[in-house]
Design a protein around this ligand. Sequence first.
Ligand SMILES: Cc1ncc(C[n+]2csc(CCOP(=O)(O)OP(=O)(O)O)c2C)c(N)n1
Ligand SMILES: [Mg+2]
Length: 259
Amino acid sequence: MLFRAAWTRQAAPLRRQAFAPFARRSVTTDAASSHAENIPQEDDKPFTVRLSDESFETYEIDPPPYTLEVTKKQLKQMYYDMVSTRRMEMAADRLYKEKKIRGFCHLSTGQEAVATGIEHAITRDDKIITAYRCHGFAYMRGATVRSIIGELLGRREGIAYGKGGSMHMFAPNFYGGNGIVGAQVPVGAGLAFAQQYNEEPTTSIVLYGDGASNQGQVFEAFNMAKLWNLPVLFGCESKFSTSFQDMAARDDGLTGLSF
Ligand SMILES: Cc1ncc(C[n+]2csc(CCOP(=O)(O)OP(=O)(O)O)c2C)c(N)n1
Ligand SMILES: [Mg+2]
């Protein structure tokens, strides 16, 4: 009993914040379509990166700025984060194939830029919720690689004490890791509602896959978020080349709202 009480008080294994939150909000794009001139020698001197005109497709909304200020130090940190996430996922891949990870193992190989880019554009006080492909988000929100791999192996050192596995990882201001396709979207709208209700100057980032994008609860969450003007950003992670203009037009047609 004493042992159990001591164990439940054990702090979740989290990384110390690896980087200071950026003062400016920034976006990233692939290297081939972005362009930078007058790159300074110094690591911490900002310079301007110009994104390609094709970086954003929008529907009844202005695109974000096509230029961003960034330093070499920030770009190196982002690269480090993406490579660390990839290596962690490749290690998990190996352990799964060796049958050391049992049950589910949803990897985000190739999607590292999503978790990394989002984390570098928000603050630690903003909230993130996603579906089951969550290892990269847990890592970027502060979980150690050891605690993520430990979770996959069902170990007590895991970020959810070995009880959650691949789909159920949590960290401060990271609300999982959710296994029911689409269910995290209304929960995310609820997080944003709480932020608005408590007058917190923060935003919720709510991610879902293309597989959830036709669900009723997802449209209901969009609808309520717009009606209540909730501080929320919904993001669809699609591995297919679905036209987001088509999706936005469909959402508009169904809900009568423009986003
Ligand atoms: C409500 C519900 N229906 C079905 C499933 C089974 N299921 C697991 S993953 C998946 C596909 C989801 O695709 P997507 O959201 O695009 O995520 P991706 O795997 O492509 O990242 C389905 C249907 C589920 N987990 N929950
Ligand atoms: Mg998908």
